[in-house]
Write a protein that binds this ligand. Structure first.
Ligand code: NAP
Length: 535
């Protein structure tokens, strides 16, 4: 085991030399190092149709710590949100497993940081290649656990793999600086060094991509990670662990500790307050993000926060209606409205309002097909759970009670308790819940406005600012509005904006930091200034 000078220099407690995966102390009847085999037939019995015939090696139910598959004392069930069928029982990690995972990540960090950038790059590339080789199976896992239509799940797997590809390339492009100071006998150097162990907490709506967007950057920089996936979608995180292992990513570099919602608070606290962890990277709700920021404050850790949004989608009189409708469909109804960059509020100028609403309603009826994500032609799967359906229902009822008009949809879908009809509301006003609370479901509320100033004021009248979209053919207006929207990302005449090459992140309470792009790796690097004197 390489000596970790970083550990000594920051005065953290020293670790034993044994590999941490072998030092886990089991809870009664629980944690035993269990290298390797894929879950046996008994564990797979619960998987529903969509996963039949899928490679058993990818269907993991144990935690993955220090390169080993480890059961926990308890398990929790994961369900298919479309049918409610049990998909499997997954290791329910607690505080002790979380601490063990941090130790494993820390010891691995001490050697991973010394691995050359070229070698890290090559391992990330192998991991990417394996994702591409297994893309069909990985997509089916996403659809099974999140309900996302299979076509979108395929899209997510490519998006997810591209982060590993991108950061395998970025790993070799970390440069420092040489600065000439006024003193003739000195030179100043700026080194970029990996931050350390990162605690990575991710949501269910992109069970794979939200992990690789962070982990690709972290590993490229020389950091190691402990990933806590969402309770609803642990299988994608565990499948990624299997592929990381096959790719030759060393033990302890990528660790996954699934846990139930009941344990999320204590596991989150354990990994976010551990002195061996230097960085917290979170994607999820603003509410949870604030809790984690408290953890970070107490131990002064670096943070990246990708939090909630309330995206405005503005259609100005000069817009091309067909383009705007296509963008509205894409930005509102991807993943059944469950993305952080989904349009939440449609602001449509008076002159184009009626034409837009009519065309949007027709396009929704023609293009949106509610169903099980595995069924051919489904574009709208279930919501993640019934609580999510209740939230949409509450927003619709609130809006209607205050004078909104249902243009199409408006109620639960007959397919099951987690399904809701794609819904369009007009005559929406700003006192309605749906205009100031993130919907995270298939509801498009339309507010009519008169002037550009009014639209900007409504769009910015919120304490979050992730994405914003607008449609206009007026170049001067395009510049003005793009600059004035208080968001981290703007789509101009475009409803789909995410790309691994571009910086993803928000302003205000939508987050801190940027992911993806050439900037993403900086989140996992420290600058060190070296003053070189006596020249
Ligand atoms: P969430 O409730 O905040 O959960 C996200 C993750 O945090 C899950 O793994 C969850 O575990 C965990 N968690 C919950 N409470 C915790 C605590 N006290 N300590 C530590 N971890 C805790 O968010 P969500 O409902 O799953 O996801 C939807 C939200 O994510 C939306 O607001 C959306 O806008 C946002 N989002 C943002 C981005 C972005 O890039 N900005 C991307 C996607 C989603 P459990 O699953 O066990 O509860």
């Amino acid at each position: 085991m390489a000596t970790c000078f970083w550990l000594r220099s920051c005065g953290a407690r020293r670790l034993g030399s044994t590999f941490p995966g072998c030092r886990l102390h089991p809870r009664a009847g629980g944690l035993v190092p269990a290298p390797g085999p894929a879950p046996g037939p008994a564990q797979l019995r619960g998987y529903v149709g969509g996963l039949e015939g899928l490679s058993a090696a990818l269907l993991r139910t144990d935690s993955f710590v220090g390169g080993r598959w480890l059961p926990a004392a308890a398990t929790f069930p994961v369900q298919d949100p479309a049918s409610g069928a049990a998909l499997g029982m997954v290791a329910d990690c607690g505080m002790s497993e979380a601490r063990a995972a941090v130790r494993a990540a820390y010891e691995a960090f001490c050697s991973w940081r010394e691995v050359s950038a070229k070698e890290r790059s090559s391992l990330l590339r192998k991991w990417y290649n394996l994702m591409i080789q297994n893309k069909d199976d990985l997509a089916r896992i996403i659809t099974a656990e999140s309900g996302k239509p299979l076509k979108e799940a395929h899209g997510e797997i490519l998006y997810s793999a591209f982060f590993l590809e991108w950061f395998s390339e970025e790993a070799r492009r970390v440069y420092g600086d040489i600065i000439y100071t006024p003193a003739k006998d000195k030179r100043a150097l700026v080194l970029k060094q990996p931050v350390g162990v990162a605690a990575v907490i991710t949501p269910w709506n992109f069970p794979s991509a939200m992990i690789t967007r962070k982990v690709g950057a972290a590993l490229a920089a020389g950091c190691t990670v402990v990933v806590k996936p969402a309770e609803d979608t642990p299988f994608s995180a565990l499948a990624l662990a299997e592929l990381a292992s096959q790719a030759g990513i060393p033990p302890g570099v990528y660790n996954v500790i699934p846990c139930s919602r009941k344990n999320a608070k204590e596991v989150g606290e354990a990994i976010c307050t551990d002195p061996l962890v230097s960085k917290i990277s979170f994607t999820g709700s603003t509410t949870t993000g604030k809790i984690l920021l408290h953890h970070a404050a107490n131990s002064v850790k670096r943070v990246s926060m990708e939090l909630g949004g309330l995206a405005p989608f503005i259609v100005f009189d000069s817009a091309n209606v067909d383009q705007a409708v296509a963008g509205a469909l894409a930005s509102k109804f991807r993943n059944t409205g469950q993305t952080c960059v989904c349009s939440n509020r449609f602001l449509v100028q008076r002159g184009i309002h009626d034409a837009f609403v009519k065309a949007f309603a027709e396009a929704m009826k023609k293009n949106l097909h509610v169903g099980n994500g595995f069924e051919e032609g489904t574009t709208q799967g279930p919501l993640i759970n019934e609580k999510a359906v209740e939230k949409v229902e509450k927003q619709v009822n609130d809006a209607v009670s205050k004078g909104a008009t249902i243009v199409t949809g408006g109620k639960r879908h007959h397919l099951g308790k987690n399904f809701f009809e794609p819904t369009l509301l007009s005559n929406v006003t700003q006192d309605m819940l749906c205009t100031h609370e993130e919907t995270f479901g298939p509801l498009a509320p339309v507010i009519k406005f008169d002037t550009e100033e009014e639209a900007i004021a409504i769009a910015n009248a919120t304490d979050v600012g992730l994405a914003g979209y607008f449609y206009s053919q007026d170049p001067a207006q395009i510049w003005r509005v793009a600059e004035q929207l208080e968001v981290g990302m703007v789509g101009v005449n475009e409803g789909l904006i995410s790309s691994v090459e571009c910086p993803f992140g928000g302003v205000k309470q939508s987050g801190l930091g940027r992911e993806g792009s050439k900037y993403g790796i900086d989140e996992y690097l420290e600058l060190k200034y070296v003053c070189y004197g006596g020249l």
